[in-house]
Each structure stands twice: as C-alpha cells, then as structure tokens.
Design a protein around this ligand. Sequence first.
Ligand code: AMP
Length: 513
Amino acid sequence: MKKKIIGIDLGTTNACVAVLERTETVVIHNHEGGRTTPSMVSWNESGEVVVGAPSKRQMVTNPQRSIFGVKRLIGKRFDSPDIQNLAKTLPYSLVPSSRGDAWVQINDDKMSPEEVSSHILKKLKQIAEDYLGETIEEAIITVPAYFDELQRKATKDAGAIAGLEVRAILNEPTAAALAYGSHHGQDQRLAVFDLGGGTFDVSIVVIESGVFQVLATHGDTELGGDDFDRVLIELLCKEFEAEHQIQLQDDPVALQRLKEAAERAKIELSAAMSTDINLPFLAASQAGPVHLQRELSRTELEELCDPLIQSLAAPCEIALKAAGMTSFEIDQVLLVGGMSRMPAVQSRVVEIFGRQPSKGVNPDEIVALGAAVQSGIIGGELQEVVLLDVTPHSLGIRVAGDRMSVLLTANTSIPARASKTFSTTEDNQRFVTLEVYQGEDEDPANNRYLGRFTLGDLTPKPKGKTRVEVHFTMDVDGLLEVTATEKDGGKEATVTIDPAGGLTQSEIEALRH
Ligand code: AMP
C-alpha cells in the first residue's frame, strides 16, 4: 500500500492537518473534535507536555510554561528588533541560545523553537495516524511565503524532530491557490491575501491548463493578528495604569488574561458592533481587588488598528508590480488566515483590489487542504497539476565596499541556479570565505545574514590567478545549496558551511529520541 503524505498548516495560532483520499482532500478532526488545533504547547507541574486545546485551557493558570506563537520565534535571532519587541509582551521568557537564536525558557531549561514546534507536529501526526489507521512518516508543511531560508530550514528541522520526513516546504498562499484552483479549475489570475496570527503574505498566481505559476510574492513576517491584539492590550494597560496606578505588564498572569480577553473582543467585533471586556480580580491594590470592565465598539477597535490596516496595501502593490499586473487584471481575490475575517481588513482588500473577495473559502482550512493537494502532485495521484513557485527574497553575497552582490533576485522561479566567479586577492591563497545574505537592501547589514561559506583546497597560485566559480542552487523549498569549482583546473573546491543559526544535524538527531 502506498504511504500517505499528510499536509500540515503549522499556523501561528492554529494548526490544521489534511490528507488526500483518492482525489479528494479532507481535513482531519483532532481528538477533541476540532478541525484545527491550537498551536500551543505547555509543560504541566510534573513536566509532561500538553499540546493543543488542553494546553490553551491551562494557559491562564500556567502562563510561564505555556508557549504560544512559537512560529514568530522560529529561525530568528534573539537580538533582532522584532524579537526584542515581542519579548516585552510575552508571559514566557526568551533567552539567546549559544548561537544567538531566540529560544524559550521553561523552568530551568532552554528550548529551541524547533523543539517546541515539533510537539505540535507530533500531535498532528498522531491525529492523522489515529484517523487513517496507519503510521505516517512523511509530510508537507506550509510556511509563510515571506519566510527566509533560516526560518524554512528551522521548520523542516522541527518536522525531523517530530519523526517526519518533510517532503516539501510549501508557501501558504501557494497552498491556498492550489486548493482553490483544484476545485475551480478554469484558467484565472488569483491574488491570495493571507493575514494570519503572526504573518502577512500576498501572492499573485496564474492558473493556466493545470499549471499553477506564482508570479510574485511579498509580505511581512511581523504583521498579523497578534499585533492587532497587542495594540488593544497596550490601550487597556495604559487606561488601567491611569485609573489605578498599577502596571499590568509586570504580571504574567494578568497579561495572559488580558491577551485572551483582547483577542476574544477582537473576534467578537467581527460579528457585533460592540462588546464587553470583563476581567474581575485582575490585580490587587491596597484597597483590595481591582477589576477591569470596559465596553469596546467596533469603531474604536478599527481606529486603534488603523495604522496596521493601512500597512496592508504596500505589500499588495509591490506584489502586483513585481508580477507586472494591475489590480484590474486579477480575476479573483482569495482571503486566507483568521484575521482576514475582520470587516475593516475586508474593506481594505476591496479598496486595494477594486473587487469583492471570494466568499467560498474557509480561511482556516484552505492552506492545509492545499498542502494535501501538493501531496497528490508529489505522490503522482494528481498528474495533471504542475506547480511553479518563486523565491520571496533576493540572495547575494557581501562584496568589497560592504555592498550586496545579488545572485538570485526576488521572485525568480524556483528551483533556480546562479553562479559567480571569484579571484584570490593574495599569493598562494588556499581558501576564500563568502558571506551570504538574503534581502533587498544594497547594504548587507540591513539584510538577513544566512551564513558563511568557506571554499578550500584551492591550488596555490599568484594572487588573482586562482578563480573559483561558486554555484548557488535554490531548491523548490526555498533552501540554498552551495557548490564551487576551481575555474581553470575544473577541480571541485570543498565548501564548509557555517550557518548563522539553527540546529546542527546531531542536535536534531539527539532531540528525535
Ligand atoms: P491563523 O494564523 O490563520 O489561524 O489566524 C489566526 C488569527 O486570526 C488570530 O490572530 C485570531 O485572533 C484571528 N481571528 C480568527 N478569527 C477571527 C475573526 N472572526 N475576526 C478577527 N480575527 C480573527
């Protein structure tokens, strides 16, 4: 019997698992009957791991050992500005790993986001195994299109720790287009607008005779539902401090309750015009317990979130321009991600694209369903579908004068290969070191540093005489491979990679057991 490959949407807030059964994709219910599973992991008093809905239930009583939103940490450096900002609002602690990655602290243990994520993936694997009655070893995992190479590699490593061979890392908007296009088969041009809990992506996709070609993608990995919650939390903290002279930011339990209440109010205001925020016994003063009670209207929320809503336009315009299209040429706009349910977000989409978005899509499930379609492409069940994606960021190396020399530009169709030739600058030079960056700025310091490659075993010659051709290959998952040859002798140069972060192969192996 052919082994099944499951499709996983590993969301910031919720995760979803789907599978292809004959030619139909289905979402698999979790053990609590839900079609999505909260992306939350807790450690209880006795050190046991609790994942999903039971973890969400104990978050208020156990905030320091309950990890949510781990997707915002994965593949990130501890000292990056976004992690430093995020750390201020989290009830759990972040610490730097020995390589400078952002890790979480649980009791006395430091833990990588890869390991935390692997618990969510293990749970989804188990859900699928219980439903299908067979062991699952392979998966397709989706990531925001705008994830860089380190975030993609870290996600793949999380899969490996969970005991899953990750057959593909698929971009979330591309997955949504695949799921939509496989049911609405006609040739068309789609804009996928994906606003989730932690990230925002836009992709422009053309479907023609079964070929799904992504023309361009753009986004922001630091804009999502959590930011909408945060502006509301900040307002509530400010008002509370003004009224009671108590700083709620210093109390993890109060902060956790505020976060839940803020998110609940935001979600309720997508359907209602006004809601109540009611948090009894939120803090204690010398006079006794202090409560938070406030009415919040949809208009107030929209005004508060207006800067975030305004910032949704630029990535859409950049993606359209990179695809060489105007909004008039788009046939359909797909809304993906839970945050796209907010009416003010939908109005902004209408303004940006000049049309009503598609209504027939479930934004919580479409990405996992698309990953299941991709499993059919890889497994050979869906032979008539072809997928062509692009790299979201330019890839280059640092050259003299602190400039970025670009080898692959953003929105290049992947897999892609590019080469560049380097000459030695000293007599008898035996190796050359290259620093690789991803991003659009001319100054590498403003881009993401991916790692350092050392090309060794060069033939000793006078300076300038040894020339090395370096080849960058970006695979369909957006991961980079580097090879090098000495130009004149045709000899392979050795390539030693020193990545900017992440886990080593032996660390991954150790965590698997
Ligand atoms: P996702 O990562 O796609 O699961 O998106 C989750 C985000 O969507 C979270 O920030 C939720 O608070 C938000 N969300 C879910 N449902 C709604 C809703 N009806 N209105 C506004 N935001 C929502």
